[in-house]
Design a protein around this ligand. Sequence first.
Ligand SMILES: C[S@@+](CC[C@H](N)C(=O)[O-])C[C@H]1O[C@@H](n2cnc3c(N)ncnc32)[C@H](O)[C@@H]1O
Length: 390
Amino acid sequence: MSSFKVIQHLIEELQSSATQEDDFYSDEKTRIELLGAAQGLVAALTRPDEAVASITHGAGRHMCLQVANDLGLFDLISAKSHSAREMASITGADEKLIVRIMRMMVAVGFVEQSGDRVYSATPMTKLMTLPSVKADTLEGLDILQSTPEYLKKNGYHLPRTMTETPFQFARKTELDNHKYYAEVRPETMKTFQIFMDGLYGGPARAPWWTWYPIEEVLSVDSEVAFVDVAGGNGHQTAGLLRAFPGTKGRLIVQDLPEVIQGIKVLDPRIERLPYDFLIPQPEAVKGARVFFLSNILHDHPDDVCHNILGNIRAAMTPGHSKILISDMIVPEIDPPIRQLDSDITMFFLSGGAERSPFEWTELIRTAGLKVSNFWYPPGDQNGIIEVEIA
Ligand SMILES: C[S@@+](CC[C@H](N)C(=O)[O-])C[C@H]1O[C@@H](n2cnc3c(N)ncnc32)[C@H](O)[C@@H]1O
């Protein structure tokens, strides 16, 4: 049998054995390995010119997604199947345009075709109806497009502060990303907090407290047990408390005043503390057992991380306090593309980065701290970097 025939046969067998009833999300490690193997097969079968064109012409897919989103097509299809003609009459768009946008959306799995120019929902259609996902679809394309020009103008240097990133260049503002959203686009700021609450939809990934021994760490007596620095709506601390309701000691969520004031529901055991992480930590959190930084350092250039870490370091008790950083730990070799997408997004949005173990170790060392352990997650989500005073 030729290799083509063998591959065709194996693919058919695989497709019939992988049914929709399978719970592919319960074992993240194996899922990621199999996905990598399947992507390797696709790469072997793809011609080099096809691979290049899929990137050079591929931006049009994002444009189609945005137009479908703007026209509210995902909401329509999610409620019930619609024909292109029906969608044209509801939206006022040309029917031929709807067909062209929809056939691209079918090709990328955002909808499926269930008849002659009739479209039905897939799990991705449903996700596209969530406000947080809609907002994320639209945000940042202008910045991405301005980034090559930004780099050309600044001589291809990485930003060192939060106010000289591609974001300021594209949006013509001097405000950092978070202050910009708080002051100029408060509605987007609220949607962003929903997005960070994990309402991005899709099957949940194993939370960090299921594979990091936090219960053991918090079993050591401490007046302040857990400080969630820049914790947003406090959803991480709330999840932790739900998992370990017997946790002793004070639990505190810090964030900018406008975010803290916007918290609607939070377990009354969790204290809310308005705080700007660029200034010294207040007396109230000194000597805490855990300072938690989730999805914070990846937002920032190294110099800003040093500022944040320095303020925490000054509030730590040596031999007792730990910093737990929940961020991606990017392998030096063969990193998952999801982590690289996130790395580039952090760069153009706020001058941040997803970091490798080597980069984490250097960043932490130069802040007068040391990495005591890297804790790897079962999939490609955030790991935990455990840090102590050097
Ligand atoms: C990417 S979100 C992470 C939120 C949360 N830790 C999580 O993992 O879901 C970044 C958070 O940093 C907060 N933030 C930004 N600048 C800040 C500052 N100067 N001081 C305190 N919090 C800040 C934002 O309001 C936002 O809630």
